[in-house]
Design a protein around this ligand. Structure first.
Ligand code: ADP
Length: 886
């Protein structure tokens, strides 16, 4: 390559430091992209690709976007998962000697975005660093740690638009639920350690991954970085201790990464340190299957049909984000849950205060993001005005909390009284903004006034001068008309000539000597006079100085507000929490929910429970409530019943009620007693989940296996039709064995919905297993769904009846009934040889009764040394009978 122009040299030098980003290279009124960037951009944004002669070398591909429209192009690229580095001209090109100095001032990425159009008000936008720990074995002096060398993972997640920073250390197995909850847009991992995300499912939808060098995750470095960032000597003050080392290391890598993206710095609030033991982890499948924040049909239709859609009556974006957080990370400690329930109770008991609060909150905009923007010197006058107006509502919010506490005298809501004790109205900030800004501040300093009158004497003087100047123009016009006798004479203004006197053709002979001609137009001529020019001068410089003064005053205000960002964030957090609590109170009252009684016991007892989402899709009182009661002695329920009877609904209803309670919400039931759980699993069989196109039998088995490995006796396991993705025989066997394991080994609360009514036989074998079925009534050869849960197993599947309801032709139905009778006849059920090939599958219907595995199991239990010869013979006889299925 021959020598490039100095400009291209500068470009190359900058680009070399931003290899992984598309570089927007500022050239006057355009951002230009070159080479591959230009090609990518032209493809992704539909820009025209041109070329530029590179001083003798081959043509350089080039594409550009106007600076004015750049925000939209950046948004589109970032939404498609690209990083965009914005390179500005750092000096006035007119004054620059040689080539203009340029610098990348910001790199916008999916996980590090501040612009509103890249964000969703109802959810956080996270970039997440993950540090995998070496197995803890290293620590001991030859000792094997009690937990068998479990591997921990440190996570630091930041949302730079709200200033939120979260730290957590979790066992590797809990990384997936954590990531499922945070749903980071971007992940940072160490390049030279085993990939920590390998514990997570392969799909972290849409997350961009960046690898950094291992040293960046060093806890000692991270400690220094955090201490420096938050201006503390030791991290204890931030609630961070030795056990958080991995998360601190991750935070260091994260801060360093953010520093690269935002060289002018980010504004982060004090970190929230999550303690794993306080949170009920929800994995991706449970989050999905219970349709907590996204329906199974996908994100396409918003959040219709989801739990959050029912529960979200929040009034502010911070509240909406907080609620999402509470739903995705329910609590696992009874006292903490009760504290929330107390506060919700308080708002239930005080409807008037709740209404006052909601009215106050309705005027509060996104305090968190607006505060962050101020801290980053990015707010527009309008945004700063909105921030001020929002802060001004805080006293009303505080008053309504006091009112709620007074009204609900009986209830003690420590959450609310503590909040009041630490409340900060931030009145000084609100006053400052209100005093300095005009009432409806514009989007930018310039044409319209930004700074209120009375703020700055010099500004006021300049304005008088400018406005006086305007008056003078009117005066000059009147004087000139009088002097010349030209009644149509006008004083006007245009950008090229400034102020002028316009005289129409018929009057030109009246123009005095001192008029200087400037321009000829079709209807006449334009002139200036010395007096007019001097007025013009004063007016114009006044306008310029006004704008400059306004800018200075606005910047100073923004800076003052920005320095208070920590207080604003604290106020935003309090507001978010109170918003959620009142919203939960509102929903509880509207929907007829009750307060669940939380216990530290095993029992789960729901009387007249309803599905919060399904009940809303039908007319009031049409939903049939059901009781579910799980105790240690009756901990496993096998739920049978035909398709469409309501099995999945009950199953999910139990999961949702348990989850709502753990999040601090009242629940749709007449009464509920809920023992605090450590995990909640909801697994839905492959065939019920085909819509997602990724549910293979393998995935189903992997998910089931994860449950069997992690559930404890304090967990709730909800299984819907597992083992359906394979042949009937296989399926029943797996379902059978899984149920046995959960009953015998795990000992957890389990509900297993299945249309394999064969499984009801398990009740003979397992003492704490109960059969229930969702009843249907038979009327002639038709069935009626009554959606009522009854003890006992279903004895039939009613598949043919359901087929009839679905409109299968009569001839097909008749034939199916005939085949079913045949299949159910004993000979076929035993799978006698000689059955027609078409009916060979009938084998698979052979019921479970003594299965070969039972023989093996019996054998495994035999202690041969302890058997007498006679006993051995008797056993052999028994086993051989079993094996023959007699
Ligand atoms: P299954 O899992 O047994 O195939 P579902 O749980 O999917 O059945 O329920 C089928 C439909 O029946 C639901 O979409 C709902 O409309 C209705 N349904 C279920 N349970 C109830 C209930 N308790 N009350 C009223 N309607 C119900």
């Amino acid at each position: 390559m021959s020598a490039a122009t100095p400009l291209m040299q500068q470009y190359r030098e900058i680009k070399s430091r931003h290899q992984d980003a598309i570089l927007f290279f500022r050239m006057g009124e355009f951002y230009e992209m070159f080479y591959d960037d230009a090609e990518t951009a032209s493809q992704k944004l539909g820009l025209t690709l041109t070329s530029r002669n590179n001083g003798g070398a081959a043509d350089v591909p080039l594409a550009g976007v106007p600076v004015k429209a750049a925000a939209d192009y950046v948004r589109r690229l970032v939404q498609q998962g690209f990083r965009v580095a914005i390179c500005e001209q750092m000096e006035d090109p007119a004054k620059a000697k040689g080539i203009v100095r340029r610098e990348v001032i910001e790199t916008v990425t999916p996980g590090a975005a501040i612009a509103d159009d890249l964000l969703d008000g109802s959810r956080g936008n996270y970039v997440c660093a993950i540090a995998a720990g070496a197995a803890k074995v290293e620590m001991g002096h030859g000792r094997v740690p009690a937990d068998g060398g479990r591997v921990d993972v440190g996570v630091a997640a930041a949302d730079i638009s709200t200033g939120e920073l979260r730290l957590a250390v979790v066992p590797a197995a809990l990384l997936e639920p954590l990531l499922a909850r945070i749903a980071p847009r971007e992940i940072i991992t160490a390049a030279d350690t085993p990939h920590p995300v390998s514990h997570a499912p392969p799909t972290l939808p849409g997350a961009l991954t960046t690898e950094r060098e291992g040293w960046e995750f060093d806890p000692a470095l991270g400690r220094d970085d955090l201490a420096r960032h938050f201006g503390v000597l030791a991290l204890d003050g931030l609630g961070i201790n030795e056990s958080d080392a991995l998360a601190v290391g991750a935070a260091g890598a994260l801060l360093r990464y953010l520093k690269e993206l935002q060289p002018s710095g980010v504004s982060l609030a004090r970190p929230i340190v999550e303690r794993a033991e306080g949170i009920l982890p929800l994995d991706e499948m449970t989050r999905r299957n219970l349709e907590l924040v996204e329906s199974l049909r996908g994100a396409g239709d918003g959040n219709a049909g989801t739990l959050i859609n029912v529960l979200d009556r929040t009034c502010t974006p911070m509240g909406a984000r907080q609620l999402r957080q509470w739903i995705l990370a329910p609590l696992a400690i009874r006292q903490a849950i009760d504290a929330r329930l107390d506060a919700v109770q308080c708002f239930c008991d005080a409807p008037i205060a709740r209404e006052t609060l909601r009215t106050a909150l309705a005027g509060v905009r996104d305090l968190e993001r607006l505060g962050t923007k101020a801290a980053l010197n990015r707010s527009t006058p309008r945004e700063l005005g909105a921030l001020g107006a929002s802060i001004a509502r805080l006293p009303a919010v505080r008053d309504s909390i006091t009112e709620a506490l007074d009204a609900g005298r009986g209830s003690t809501a420590a959450l609310l009284s503590d909040m009041l004790a630490g409340w900060d109205d931030c009145a000084d900030i609100a006053d400052d903004v209100r005093r300095v800004l005009v009432a409806d501040a514009p989007v930018a300093v310039g044409d319209e006034p930004t700074i209120a009158p009375g703020v700055d004497a010099e500004l006021d003087e300049l304005r008088t001068l400018r406005d006086g100047g305007r008056d003078s123009i009117a005066r000059i016009q009147a004087e000139e008309r009088a002097r010349t006798g030209i009644q149509s004479l006008k004083v006007g203004f245009n950008r090229v000539f400034g102020y002028y006197i316009e005289v129409t053709k018929p009057n030109l002979h009246l123009v005095p000597e001192d008029y200087q001609r400037r321009q000829t137009i079709t209807t006449g001529e334009r002139f200036v006079t010395v007096a007019l020019k001097s007025h013009e001068e004063r007016v114009l410089t006044a306008s310029e100085r006004i704008e400059q003064k306004e800018r200075e005053l606005f910047d100073a205000l923004r800076q003052r507000v920005g320095t208070q960002v920590a207080r604003l964030h604290a106020a935003a957090r309090a507001t978010a929490v109170v918003d959620v609590l009142a919203s939960l109170g509102e929903v509880a009252m509207r929907e007829g929910y009750v307060r669940p009684t939380m216990t530290d016991d095993f029992t789960l007892r729901i009387m007249a429970g309803r599905h919060p989402v399904v009940e809303r899709m039908m007319p009031r009182d049409k939903f049939v409530p059901n009781d579910v009661h799980l105790t240690r002695d009756a901990r496993v329920v096998v739920l049978t019943g035909p398709n469409m009877a309501g099995k999945s609904t009950i199953l999910r209803q139990v999961g949702l009620i348990a989850l709502m309670a753990h999040a601090g919400s009242f629940v749709p039931a007449a009464e509920a007693e809920i023992g605090v759980m450590d995990r909640l699993f909801t697994r839905v069989g492959a065939s019920d989940n085909l819509a997602r196109g990724q549910s293979t039998f393998m995935v189903e088995m992997a998910e089931t296996s994860a449950i069997l490995h992690t559930a404890t006796d304090r967990s709730l396991v909800l299984l819907d039709e597992i083992g359906r993705g394979t042949s009937t025989y296989d399926g029943v066997s797996i379902a059978w064995a899984v149920t046995e394991h959960l009953h015998e080994v795990t000992g957890c609360k389990t509900i297993f919905a299945t249309h394999y009514h064969e499984l009801t036989q398990l009740a003979d074998e397992l003492p704490a297993l109960r059969n229930f079925n969702v009843a249907v009534r038979e009327v002639g050869d038709k069935i009626l769904f009554v959606h009522r849960l009854e003890p006992g197993g279903a004895n039939r599947s009613y598949g043919i009846e359901v087929g009839r309801l679905a409109g299968l032709p009569d001839a097909v139905l008749a034939r199916a009934r005939h085949l079913l009778r045949l299949l159910e006849s004993e000979q076929l059920a035993r799978g006698m040889s000689g059955a027609s090939p078409a009916l060979a599958a009938a084998d698979q219907l052979a019921l479970f009764a003594p299965a070969p595995s039972a023989v093996l199991e019996a054998l495994a239990r035999v202690d041969v040394n302890a058997l007498t010869p006679v006993q051995a013979l008797a056993l052999l006889d028994e086993l051989s009978k079993k094996a023959r299925g007699a």
